[in-house]
Design a protein around this ligand. Structure first.
Ligand SMILES: Nc1ccccc1C(=O)C[C@H](N)C(=O)O
Ligand SMILES: [Zn+2]
Ligand SMILES: [Zn+2]
Length: 209
């Protein structure tokens, strides 16, 4: 049997999971309870589309752009490169991008320890020039552990606009603490939420054979 190790790089979704300031807190509530005589347990969720590990749709940063149910799944599935970008400062710059050796999906680790319990107001972001460089190399998807490609206080969304013009896909909120830099198989499919500007993903990295 195949035994390639799988690293779960998703945040556990639970009440209290840190969300963007002012955004909808995660809520789960049981609607049918076995404890009250129902034959099954069922619950409802309340959450922002940008909760935990998630994929942005172009619709998040451009009006009339594709929603998350319309995007091609190819970028979210396949070989990727995990890059150690810890300690780079405010922005991951082009010089922090190593030789991609043909990788078409690139994930940046910026945290020593992912902040599971508190929102990080001052996360590392991605320089637009870095996205342009990745696009030149044919990269389909950029991912990171921080909550946004752009700084929290950005009004111009330069990194997201660079992604828009390169038609790249985006993963944010990945937990890369226990993953060594290098190549893996990425599996991080968004849900087909019609009209959705983003979707949570169950993101995993599988070691290559
Ligand atoms: N939830 C929000 C509410 C307001 C403004 C931004 C967000 C975001 O989540 C930003 C995001 N994760 C991004 O794609 O950069
Ligand atoms: Zn997002
Ligand atoms: Zn984003």
């Amino acid at each position: 049997m195949e035994t390639r190790r799988i690293h779960d790089i998703s945040q556990p979704l639970r009440p209290g999971v840190p969300v963007w300031p002012g955004d909808t807190p995660f809520g789960g509530e049981q609607t049918w309870k076995m404890a009250e005589g129902s034959p099954v347990n069922v619950s409802k969720l309340t959450l922002s589309t940008h909760t935990g590990a998630h994929a942005d749709a172009p619709l998040h940063y451009a009006a009339d752009a594709p929603d998350i149910s319309s995007v091609d799944l190819e970028p979210f599935l396949g070989e990727c490169l995990v890059v150690d970008a810890r300690g780079v400062g405010e922005l991951v710059q082009p010089e922090h991008v190593p030789d991609l050796a043909g990788a078409r999906r690139v994930l940046f680790r910026t945290y020593d320890r992912f902040p599971h319990e508190a929102w990080d107001e001052a996360h590392t972001a991605i320089a637009p020039a870095t996205i342009a460089k990745l696009a030149e190399y044919g990269v389909l998807l950029i991912g990171m552990d921080g909550p946004s490609l752009d700084p929290q206080d950005s009004k111009t969304m330069d990194a997201h606009l660079a992604v828009l013009s390169a038609d790249m896909r985006v993963l944010e909120g990945l937990v890369l603490d226990d993953v060594a830099p290098g190549r893996y198989e990425l599996i991080a499919l968004p849900l087909p939420i019609v009209g959705g500007d983003a979707s949570p993903v169950r993101a995993v990295l599988r070691e290559l054979a």
